[in-house]
Design a protein around this ligand. Structure first.
Ligand SMILES: Cc1cc2nc3c(=O)[nH]c(=O)nc-3n(C[C@H](O)[C@H](O)[C@H](O)COP(=O)(O)O)c2cc1C
Ligand code: SF4
Ligand code: SF4
Length: 347
């Protein structure tokens, strides 16, 4: 079989990051458990953070949010996501593992605190921003939501065509309603593509279960069209989230901004909306608010009636993504390590 067709479903030769906790430092606050986007962590009977039973099947995406939200610096994430063969092979794309920010090119692992005073305010927000999934109940004043959307409005766009429209929601009942619709709809992906003993299970079933032949074929076809939607990390994540009745797609955030694109936008409207959204994200964090991109909102796009009636969105606007917004509960914004620069210098 051609290399690129191999192991399309769940590549067997994959290294996943490993979660490690220092029991001496762990005070059992549970913040890491609540901030893990894939719900992979739990507190054991001694109130120490541990990977739960899902961890082995639906692995860590190496976001380091658990480490960033830990008040006691008890967590280390070792290793990286590396696939060694088949369609998803990526171990040849990286040079070594993750590193911390090094904008001043010290090349000797200078600590952020040592050079922070040389950075601009914008750079500080860029390096410290983390996705916030722990929110206070406190409502965000309308003036601040407006101020954040205003930062988006002044983003660049191809041909200055500004192909965006926003829906700003601060009504908790509506956010909860959207949450439930999205959770129900996105289950379709794991239901179609995962080995059935794993689907809709908070605790995975048969560890050796394999996808059926028709599922592999479907996986292959989808991977040609939209590979990012059928990556094993996405499927695992969606499976855990949508099967956990306690999980909230929008983390009970007090505000939600939906970003819809004009489907006729010049060039690539998705790219324009990404730039616009990141303007909003950086503005929000610079104001002491927290955000998290939530593209699982896409589950809502299939509910045309709800989108039209409740959100007031009609053609040519189509939901692309969303941002949760609120006051962070405790410290989460923090420095983490990321993959090294992949850059070809031509000098
Ligand atoms: C376009 C986009 C879509 C995302 N969708 C989700 C989502 O649906 N749910 C979620 O919990 N996080 C989502 N995230 C957040 C990512 O998981 C997060 O940015 C990544 O793990 C890096 O962590 P950091 O933002 O803390 O640096 C999304 C991020 C982006 C940029
Ligand atoms: S690194 Fe991210 S995905 Fe992995 S355990 Fe921590 S919070 Fe969860
Ligand atoms: S956030 Fe840190 S201290 Fe709190 S439970 Fe997790 S590891 Fe322990």
């Amino acid at each position: 079989m051609l290399e690129k067709h191999k192991h399309i479903s769940f590549p067997p030769k994959t290294d996943f990051p490993i979660f490690q906790v220092d029991d001496e430092k762990c005070i059992g606050c549970g913040r890491c458990v609540n901030s893990c986007p894939i719900q992979l962590l739990m507190l054991d009977s001694d109130k120490k953070a541990r990977p739960n039973e899902r961890y082995d099947h639906f692995r860590c995406i190496c976001c380091q949010n658990c480490a960033a939200s830990c008040p006691n610096d008890a967590i280390t994430i070792q290793g990286d996501y590396r696939v060694h063969e088949g369609f998803w092979k990526n171990d040849n794309l990286f040079e070594g593992g993750k590193t911390f920010p090094d904008p001043l090119y010290s090349r000797n692992g200078a600590k952020y605190e040592d050079y922070e005073d040389q950075l601009t305010e914008t750079e500080k927000v860029i390096y410290n921003r983390r996705s916030i999934r722990l929110y206070k109940k406190k409502r965000v004043p309308k003036e601040l939501v407006h101020r954040i959307i205003e930062a988006g409005r002044f983003a660049p766009s191809a041909g200055n065509n500004q192909p965006w429209k926003f829906v700003a929601i601060t009504n908790p009942d509506v956010i909860e309603e959207i949450d439930q619709i999205c959770k129900k709809r996105v289950r379709l992906f794991p239901q179609m593509l995962m080995p059935h003993p794993w689907v809709d299970k908070q605790v995975p079933g048969d560890k050796n279960a394999k996808p059926k032949k028709w599922q592999k074929t479907l996986h292959y076809l989808l991977s040609r069209k939209t590979p990012g939607d059928v990556d094993q990390r996405v499927l695992g994540g969606i499976n855990t989230i949508s099967s956990d009745p306690e999980y909230r797609t929008f983390f009970k955030a007090p505000a939600l901004i939906i970003l819809a694109k004009d489907v006729r936008g010049i060039g690539s409207p998705d790219l324009d909306l990404g730039i616009c959204g990141q303007n909003m994200v950086l503005a929000a964090h610079s104001l002491g608010l927290g955000t998290c991109w939530v593209s699982l909102i896409k589950g809502l796009t299939w509910d045309h009636r709800y989108v039209r009636k409740v959100l007031g969105l009609e053609y040519p606007f189509k939901i692309l993504t969303s941002l949760t917004l609120g006051y962070p509960a405790g410290q989460v914004d923090n420095i983490v390590a990321r993959e090294r620069q992949r850059v070809n210098w031509i000098e």
